[in-house]
Design a protein around this ligand. Structure first.
Ligand SMILES: [Zn+2]
Length: 189
């Protein structure tokens, strides 16, 4: 870096306006190294052409596009939070339904939770079926022990329904993946 800085030394590369123009977008987007920042700012003090480019770049790209990016990121963030809330509400509702006839609603509710998980969590969707399995197992095990005291059946009977719930969630993810795939194919044609 020092070599590059000292143009007098003759060893280093000469910092031309082309180099500075290449660096300006990086500096403006805040991804340049500190040395690059210093280099560009130093050059701008003595070069009006590059100075103009520097301020033009800000006018076109940073102001509007970065605002758009920020808005999109914010929308994505709030959708993610809404998704998480829906997953949590759905999971607790579904598991609470287990002890009543209403548990059959889970045939629809659990796949829906899976679909939302895939949309909100992307690659981490598998956290949902795992969490639902654990929550459902604990809920039924504790319920069974409170109701009838500890018996061996209390340990394994919750497994069946918990596996079923996790499977329904995975099914919902699978359907969503297939629908996405089909939709994408249609768009290409
Ligand atoms: Zn210049």
């Amino acid at each position: 870096v020092v070599e590059v800085h000292t143009e007098k030394g003759g060893v280093g590369l000469k910092i031309t306006c082309d180099v500075i123009l290449d660096l300006i977008p990086l500096v403006k987007d805040g991804v340049a190294s500190e040395d690059s920042n210093a280099l560009v700012l130093e050059h701008l003090e003595s070069c009006d052409n590059c100075k103009e480019e520097f301020y033009d770049y800000k006018a076109v790209t940073t102001a509007e596009e970065l605002d758009d990016k920020k808005i999109i990121t914010q929308i994505k963030k709030s959708l993610f939070i809404i998704g998480l809330a829906l997953i949590a509400i759905g999971a607790f509702t579904g598991i609470a339904l287990t002890n009543s006839m209403g548990m059959f609603y889970n045939l629809i509710l659990m796949p829906l939770i899976g679909a939302i998980s895939y949309k909100a969590l992307k690659r981490n969707w598998y956290f949902t079926p795992i969490s639902i399995f654990v929550l459902s197992y604990v809920w039924m095990f504790v319920g069974a022990v409170i109701e009838g005291g500890f018996i061996v059946e209390a340990l394994y009977y919750p497994v069946y329904i918990s596996v079923l719930y996790a499977f329904l969630v995975v099914l919902g993810v699978g359907i969503t993946v297939l629908l996405n795939f089909a939709f994408r194919k249609e768009c290409k044609l």
